[in-house]
Structures are given as structure tokens and as C-alpha cells.
Design a protein around this ligand. Structure first.
Ligand code: NAD
Ligand code: MG
Length: 393
């Protein structure tokens, strides 16, 4: 039997580790040939994964960590490399399926490279779609490869979105847990610490997405991601807060039917769905036990306390490079908040300010334009933070 060739971009992160777990459960190297594993700075974790999965190459983006990676893999016969260019090169090696799980806009170029090389994509890196939806979808079409959503909401939609009945689809309903501050007042939100913001009630995730869930920028990014993945306009995508995270999202049809996908809040289910598609594969994920919860709740999101939702929808409707600029400004502000240089409510304020000031030229079909907008938004965001106009905690 010919083994499927897999690569994992961002294998040392939260999604990357869950992907390794899913692969192990399916037989690991007995079932798959692993082509590339890439990580950011954690050479130890990357080497441990490489020794178990025997990829052709293990790449660490942080060049300072290369010596450690080489020492840990010496004699293994596994190629090693470091730096952003090496990550992109590894992403472009021929694979059948690639997990795109680098955090943030840094995932865009490796994801594009994997698409161009003809690999099907398991897409966790939502920022690729947010920054470059038109480019990513056009490249995927050209390469004739599927983009299989891994983000739990989008994977849920993917499972219940009947393309053959597209004409009858009235709406997509994205569910949101509401994050750790769902019930907080604005006054309480003013004082929250990074540790509080990183403690998600239902999901265990990387720092970036955990903070994005607290501000609800995550749901804003997902709104844009959904618009591109499913080719749906902003007005047909609703957001509903569902604190139990049992229903992962829904699709509404013209006869009034609403189809939902449910499961434990465990990313191994959507990862396995994307890896197995169009078949289904087994996982060791805990099965949903309906005795454990007595009710499912739904609330409308509050854009006053979570302005990220308004900002994201505005950038989706503005189109072009606005979503990319929003994401870049948000990434810079997030880092400043985690370093205690900004207060929680300043995060959205900074992004609003950047979007007001920035002059965007070009389109989201052109990679240079996208990278230019990303860079400019980061510069303006850093300037806003340094100006001291935002009080900090
Ligand atoms: P994480 O921070 O845990 O891991 C990110 C991975 O990317 C790590 O391997 C890290 O070393 C690597 N990385 C970081 N910066 C890099 C850079 N500049 N160049 C190359 N590699 C770099 O993040 P995560 O929670 O696994 O999330 C990854 C992606 O998946 C994000 O886009 C996130 O929004 C998305 N996602 C995550 C979850 C989740 O449950 N964690 C759910 C849905 C979507
Ligand atoms: Mg999600």
C-alpha cells in the first residue's frame, strides 16, 4: 500500500501536537510517510517528534535553536534546517496532505507554498484566510487541491454545508464560547491580567488564540475565514454565543432546517476529519455524554464589550487589505498586552486606531500587497503603543 505523505507546519504547537496524536492513533509511520515537521523555537519538542515520526526534514524557524536541534538529531539521518526561508522550502516539498498550524500571519507564506506544491491543506492557520482569502482560494483552485477546515467552527460547517444545495443555504451560524470574560462588565474587563485572559473556559490552545478568544477577535477572524472558505457574504453569517461549546457551528437552509455538528471541545476531532476526508477515521477523543450537561444555552454577542466583532465585520465588508491590517495590528497589540504594556480594552482601541490611520494600497490577491499592508499595520500599531496615549494597566 502506498503511504500518504504528510507534513505538519507548526508541529510543536497546540494544534501540531494534537495532529501528531491523531497520526499516532492511526498507526504513525506504519500508515504515513512524514515529509516535513516545522517548529518555531522549541528544538526539544521538535526533535522528540522527529525521532518518533522520522520526517525527511525538521525545520526550526528560530535560527538560534538550530545547533540544539542538530545535536538532538545527530546520527538520525533526519535533515535539519532553520529560518523562515527554510520553513517555506520545507512546506513546498511534495506531500499529499499538509497541516497548516503555524500561529499568526507567519503561517501565510508556508501555507501558500504547500498549496502551490499541490498538497491538500488541513487549515488551522485562519490568519492565512483572513489576510489573503482571495489569493489562497485562487491558488488552491489553480493547484486543484482542497482546503479542509480544521478550525472547529469551520470544520463543523464543512460537515453540514451541502454544496449541492448551496442555492438553498440561507445562513451560516458561527458559535462562540464567549471566552473567559463573557459575563464580565466593562469595568471588570478594564483590569484583567494576561493570566486571566489566557485561561479559556472550554478549550486548551496556544497563547495567541486564547487571548483572541478573550477579546473575541478570534470570532471576528473566524467570520472572515468563513466568508472566504464558504464563499458567503457577511450578511449571511451570524454569530451566536453558546457557552458550553458542544455545538461547533450550524448551517440554516431555506426550508427552516438548521444542521449542527456537535462533539467534545477537542481539536483532534476536526483534525481527524480533515485528515480522513472524504472518509472518516477513528480518534481516541472522549465521546459526547448527554448525561453530563442538562442544557445548551445561546446568547447574542455584545459588541459594546467585544468591539472586535464590529471591527472584524467592518473589515470584511471593506474588503481588500483591511482584514490583513486588522490582524497585523491585533498581533502587535496582543504582544504588548501580554508584556503588560497595554490594558485589555486597549487591544481593540489600538486596532481601531490603526485602521483609521493606515493608507492601504493594493489587493488581497497580490502577495506583495498583503505583506506590505501587514508590515505597515505593524509599524503604525507599534507607533500607537509607543505614543503612550493608551494608558496601560
Ligand atoms: P501555538 O502557539 O500553540 O503553536 C504555533 C506553532 O507555530 C508552534 O509550532 C510554533 O513554534 C510555530 N510558530 C510560531 N511562530 C512562528 C513563526 N514566526 N514561524 C514559524 N513557526 C512559528 O498555536 P496553536 O494554538 O497551535 O494555533 C496554531 C494555529 O491554529 C493558529 O492560527 C490558531 O488560530 C489556529 N487554531 C488553533 C486552535 C487551537 O485549539 N489551538 C483552534 C483553531 C484554530
Ligand atoms: Mg475556532
Amino acid at each position: 500500500m502506498v503511504k500518504r505523505r504528510l507534513s505538519i507546519l507548526g508541529s510543536t504547537g497546540s494544534i501540531g501536537r494534537s495532529t501528531v496524536d491523531v497520526i499516532d492513533h492511526l498507526g504513525g509511520t506504519k500508515t504515513f510517510d512524514i515529509i516535513a515537521l516545522t517548529g518555531g523555537s522549541n528544538a526539544k519538542k521538535l526533535a522528540e517528534q522527529a525521532l518518533a515520526l522520522r520526517p525527511e526534514i525538521a525545520v526550526i524557524s528560530n535560527e538560534a535553536a538550530l545547533a540544539e536541534l542538530q545535536a538532538l538529531l545527530s546520527g538520525s539521518g533526519i535533515e535539519t534546517a532553520a529560518g523562515d526561508t527554510a520553513v517555506i522550502e520545507a512546506a513546498g516539498r511534495r506531500a499529499d496532505w499538509t497541516m497548516s498550524a503555524i500561529a499568526g500571519a507567519a503561517g501565510l507564506r508556508p501555507t501558500l507554498e504547500a498549496i502551490r506544491a499541490g498538497s491538500a491543506i488541513g487549515l488551522a492557520n485562519k490568519e492565512s484566510m483572513v489576510c489573503a482569502g482571495p489569493l489562497v482560494t485562487a491558488e488552491a483552485k489553480r493547484a486543484n487541491i482542497p482546503i479542509l477546515p480544521v478550525d472547529s467552527e469551520h470544520n463543523a460547517i464543512f460537515q453540514v454545508f451541502n454544496e449541492a444545495q448551496r442555492d438553498t443555504i440561507e445562513r451560516i451560524i458561527l458559535t462562540a464560547s464567549g471566552g473567559p470574560f463573557r459575563t464580565f462588565t466593562l469595568q471588570q474587563m478594564q483590569k484583567v491580567t494576561p493570566a486571566q485572559a489566557l485561561a479559556h473556559p472550554n478549550w486548551s490552545m496556544g497563547a495567541g488564540i486564547s487571548l483572541d478568544s478573550a477579546t473575541m477577535f478570534n470570532k471576528g477572524l473566524e467570520l472572515i475565514e468563513a466568508a472566504h472558505l464558504f464563499d458567503m457574504p457577511s450578511e449571511k453569517i451570524e454569530i451566536v454565543v453558546h457557552p458550553q461549546s458542544v455545538i461547533h457551528s450550524m448551517v440554516g437552509y431555506s426550508d427552516g432546517s438548521v444542521l449542527a455538528q456537535m462533539g467534545e471541545p477537542d481539536m483532534r476531532t476536526p483534525i481527524a476529519n480533515a485528515l480522513g476526508w472524504p472518509q472518516r477515521v477513528s480518534t481516541s477523543v472522549e465521546r459526547l455524554d448527554f448525561r453530563k450537561f442538562s442544557r445548551l444555552d445561546f446568547e447574542m454577542p455584545d459588541e459594546t464589550r467585544f468591539p472586535a466583532l464590529r471591527i472584524a465585520r467592518e473589515t470584511l465588508e471593506a474588503g481588500g487589505l483591511a482584514p490583513c491590517a486588522m490582524n497585523a495590528a491585533k498581533e502587535v497589540a496582543a504582544e504588548a498586552f501580554l508584556n503588560e504594556r497595554l490594558a485589555f480594552l486597549d487591544l481593540a482601541a489600538i486596532v481601531d486606531q490603526v485602521l483609521e490611520r493606515i493608507d492601504l494600497h493594493g489587493t488581497a490577491e497580490n502577495l506583495n500587497d498583503i505583506l506590505g499592508a501587514d508590515c505597515e499595520a505593524r509599524r503604525v500599531a507599534a507607533e500607537e503603543i509607543a505614543s503612550g496615549r493608551f494608558r496601560g494597566p
